[in-house]
Design a protein around this ligand. Sequence first.
Ligand code: AMP
Length: 410
Amino acid sequence: MSFKNLGLCDQLLRAIKEQGYDTPTPVQEQAIPVILKKRDILAGAQTGTGKTAGFTLPMLQLLHEHKEDKRARHQVRALILTPTRELASQVQESVTVYGKFLPFKSCVIFGGVKINPQITALRKGMDIVVATPGRLLDHISQKTIDLSKVDFLILDEADRMLDMGFINDIKKVLQILPKQKQTLLFSATYSKDIKKLSDSLLNSPVLVEVAKENQSAEQIKQIVHPVDKIRKRELLTKLINDGDWKQVLVFTRTKHGANRLSGQLDSDGISSVAIHGNKSQNARTKALADFKAGKIRVLVATDIAARGIDIDQLPHVVNYELPNVPEDYVHRIGRTGRAGNKGEAMSLVCIDENEFLASIEKLMQKDIHKFVIKGFAPDPSIKAEAISMGGGGRGRGRNSKPSNSSRRRR
Ligand code: AMP
């Protein structure tokens, strides 16, 4: 199967060629022809599967084929909603890259930065807007954006938007969009809430599923290293040094934990930066750029900050702490093994986290291989203790399920 067989126009084929892509990924192969037929889709695709091109390419093509439909030039015809700023930026980057030979204008809208440059950009006229829900609502209420001509609505990482509590914002946006439009919903995981959202939003959608429900991409090698909590840092440093890892993404559960670990790695002589919600947008962008450029070896991130990070061929992902929400594990390890490249996801798991591990294995319907590293066998006399969720889950026993509010507080 080639991109040409999918029915894409020459301008898009040229852009794809410049990117060096030979063949469509499975999600692209499935989604592109369906989207070109103007059908709504519900796609279960994780990050790293090539999903962004999977919706951007056919969207650009349809906008191109129907470019005369709207009277004014550069009216917003496609709206892409994403949960995080990073993902919004990356999606817009893809729109720019794939749309290089087409005449469309696009911009990205998110909070945490000044609103005026966004207003100026919107005033000039945009065909495609990529936005996070909160700031988009600001523009809607200030009447600085006109969404009355939207033909396309794309919800990217919809599950994460729900997790982050954006459902009411999304509903408000939906209310002002035209009824007649094509809607594409992408989600890495399926839940009752996603089903509810898709039922209310999609019109006889075609289901596109590439990885099996709630399963991580096959090419990711997963391993658990049991270890005592107090020896995790020592083990991580050893793994990085022994393996001579040049680029590793490490996850912690809390912002405080990310800062602390990053400082510790630095003092172990391993260059590292932490990214999380308390860091300014500029600091996060710089950290990501330095990491991509190979200036720092380790990026320590919380789940939300890491959403949408797109680094080609990221070879190593380490769960320094397991997530309390099992779906986050799937998202985390989706950062490695991208678009067919092999990746390795390892989890350093202490006795306190055994129940988190059990929930993850249940979600993925498989056991993850456990391997004790020589010299790091857990001390059998240590008893499990409750895990404090940095404020969100204080006082909860180990057996209690995380509440929605504790999920959002990360
Ligand atoms: P995504 O799942 O959209 O985040 O894409 C993951 C990565 O795969 C991105 O870095 C894309 O540049 C890359 N990619 C997308 N489509 C292809 C393709 N057909 N062949 C090779 N790489 C691709």
